[in-house]
Design a protein. Sequence first.
Length: 514
Amino acid sequence: MPGPSDSSPQDAASPNQPQAPDSGVPEQARIRRSKRTAILDRGDQAYPVALPITSSIEAVRQTFAGLAAGEETDQEVGLAGRVVFIRNTGKLCFAALRNGAGDRLQVMVSLASVGQESLDRFKTEVDLGDHLFVHGRVIASKRGELSVLADHWEIAAKALRPLPVLHSELSDEARVRDRTADLIVRPAARRAARSRVEVLRSVRRTLEERGFMEIETPILQTLHGGAAARPFTTHMNAFDVDLYLRIAPELFLKRAVVGGLERVFEIGRVFRNEGVDSSHAPEFTSVEVYQAYADYMTMADLTQRIVQDAAQAVAGSQVVTLPDSAEYDFGGTWRRITLYGSLSEFLGEEITPQTSVERLRLIADQHQVRYNQERSSHGKLVEELFEDLVGHHIVEPTFVLDFPVETSPLTRDHRTRTGLVEKWDLYVRGMELATAYSELVDPVIQRQRFQAQGEAAAAGDLEAMALDEDFLAAMEYGMPPSGGMGMGIDRLLMAITGLGIRDTILFPLVKSQP
């Protein structure tokens, strides 16, 4: 008798299953609930607390991979999985169970093995999407399909909601809004989730092998700082104070460095109350790294190693394959260019920290680069011009060095070039992936930078940092020369897999439907 692999590529559905994602869902939900009621009325369980599981789909496939067509064993197993195929044909029924990793195994339920009553209940009560427990002998069908010939079965969890059709593509919006269904029906969604785990594991391993220790810093903060971004606000009833969800862990990690924890990092959620697009999310995961007696070039070498190790962990190579089948090479030593030099080369005229705001505005207007008319300082204009005209067109992994001082208030002045700071941004396929500084460790200059930020905030800059007296007090104990780096884990996944940010975050925040 043919099994699932012997039929057409399109899995058959049971007579009670919808043939399209939106076909008769309310009716199917009603039918499934009536089946649940019948199971309970009979005294059985639709959601048993425990099952006599002795093996797994993966283990059976590995142990009995060599069975020849028609070969039977005396090995009995008890296992469970989600029903993703079902076909009821007379005295013999077929189902395919799948585990969370995507491994499938055929189940055969025959009149001779389970009896008429059990066979009839299987035909009427088991639906696509149910979790099913089966016990029986491991055999290979006449067509060579590895199977369990069941002598007993029971519902492990009754699915009351029909699955989307397994062979149809969910829309992008449907995938994000119902990630549970997406994970059930789409192997790519499960691969993305596992890739994220591999990246996180790899980042931790790379840092820990180099002597960094992972610490935790507050998510609820009395002041927002560590990055130029708009914060989310909340209120703590116990202290009757307004608090902010952190936009970065930077200032607390630096306090740890001052305290003698000379190599620290944190992987965690940060929150920025800003726009949402294909590369920005209001809640995302970052890794921030700080190392005493290091500078931004030290951080460049470390970041290259982190990214290359992560690519190797996910793709098995530093050359990754993107969804359009194009290959992207993270290998070798990455290019390093300067922000002002690359912008000057593009424009065909030299742009320096002394170039006037009026000239930069004229250039922006000529190239149709949008900027804020009221708060268009030299630094912000230079960065806007670079981003639009150069940054978005950088394909290979590239460190862009040396930024305007006014846009980087936590960064050390450049050691040789006035008006610049020792900061780089890492670009991959036109996307900013990470940033790093030679950290500003002089508390007097840091206070001056915070005061300038306060003036910017008073002038209407919603992203300006607040003056943090506790951080300044910590710095006054003496912060060693240090390098720091921050990188979005979601963007690292985007760079390695080619996915959009909503596919790299397992459960992204989405706007409510009207």
